[in-house]
Design a protein around this ligand. Structure first.
Ligand SMILES: Nc1ncnc2c1ncn2[C@@H]1O[C@H](COP(=O)(O)OP(=O)(O)OP(=O)(O)O)[C@@H](O)[C@H]1O
Length: 308
């Protein structure tokens, strides 16, 4: 059975337009399916939980929306061998779709899911945070602390984002908010501990971003070497006294190039502890996890079966 979890509001209503097309194709083809349309944040997680918990039959859960919708589904998902995930991108950033090289045409994506050639067992990440009560949040693409997360926080509440998406120049929203954050960003002292053993200190960190997939923020390739099947996190640390170096890093990432300047460092690990001397914004797949001083992030290897 195919279960569609649809965010009709993704990309300012594009989700609904795409879903209407998919629905017509599904009805014409006679495929048996059920659709669950979200009405608010959190719905996709509940639908995914109810559809996968204790599941004994072979089911395909198909996300229709952006990276935030996939994130919610993953967070509510019960991992079991009979459930497979499919994805039809309908968001504004679509970093997961970019990394998986999914077709831009939603009907082609649907056909791929209905007639799959390949399944992949994919890694995902888990972020843990909180002092007295520890919260855990799964992520599919990336999780970060600092300036990149502050951009995501701002975009979640940005009115300009809606307007620019309606004008079909949504990428500009990321750039505009990014530039605003760049002007106000302040670096912070902190350290990371890789796999519980290797401690590395930073005096001027702007952001630390951990990746399962290479892109975030709608096309910034912060972790060009990220591989969703290697059981590892790719970590990108932007640490430099000169803020101007950040501009080069952001431009290189936007063009898909790996930055080699002094300010940026890359690491790989299975788990990482990140400490910042003051609370900084944290995100998973572009969704806010508030401001934190300390977070733990680990990679769960090859547990998610997905049609690609
Ligand atoms: N019906 C709904 N109305 C409003 N918000 C919703 C609804 N359903 C889900 N959401 C929330 O919308 C947010 C963004 O959704 P989604 O990621 O699908 O789209 P997007 O932001 O346009 O795409 P991307 O994340 O790829 O940039 C998520 O935080 C999700 O919780």
């Amino acid at each position: 059975m195919y279960y569609f979890i649809v965010n009709p509001n993704s990309c300012c209503g594009r989700g609904k337009i795409i879903w209407d097309k998919l629905e017509r194709t599904l009805n014409d083809s006679g495929v048996e399916y059920q659709a669950y349309l979200t009405e608010k944040p959190g719905d996709a997680k509940i639908f995914a939980k109810n559809l996968t918990e204790g599941c004994k039959e072979s089911n395909v859960i198909i996300a229709v929306g952006g990276d935030g919708t996939v994130n919610e589904i993953l967070d509510g998902y019960s991992m079991c061998s009979c459930v497979t995930l499919g994805y039809i991108p309908a968001g504004s950033g679509n970093d997961l779709a970019r990394s998986l090289k999914l077709p831009k045409n939603p009907i082609r994506c649907l056909n791929k899911i209905l007639h799959p050639k390949y399944y992949k067992l994919m890694d995902y990440g888990v972020l843990s945070y909180g002092d007295s009560e520890i919260s855990h949040r799964r992520f599919m693409v990336s999780s970060g602390i600092g300036m990149d997360a502050a951009v995501c926080h701002n975009l979640l509440y940005s009115r300009t984002k809606g307007l620019l998406h309606r004008l079909r120049i949504g990428k500009l929203a990321y750039l505009l908010v990014g530039v605003r954050q760049l002007i106000s960003a302040k670096s912070c002292k902190g350290y990371i501990v890789l796999n519980g053993v290797q401690k590395i200190e930073f005096n001027h960190a702007y952001f630390i971003s951990t990746h399962i997939h290479p892109y975030e923020g709608g096309g910034f390739k912060f972790a060009p070497d990220a591989d969703f099947e290697d059981g590892k996190l790719s970590v990108c640390v932007m640490n430099n006294r000169k803020k101007s170096k950040l501009i080069c890093v952001l431009l290189n990432s936007l063009m898909g190039k790996k930055s080699v300047n002094k300010g940026i460092r890359f690491y790989t690990c299975e788990e990482i502890h990140i400490h910042m001397d003051r609370p900084m914004a944290v995100h998973v797949d572009g969704e806010s996890c508030f401001c934190q001083n300390d977070v733990e992030i680990r990679c769960i290897s090859k547990k998610l079966r997905m049609i690609v």
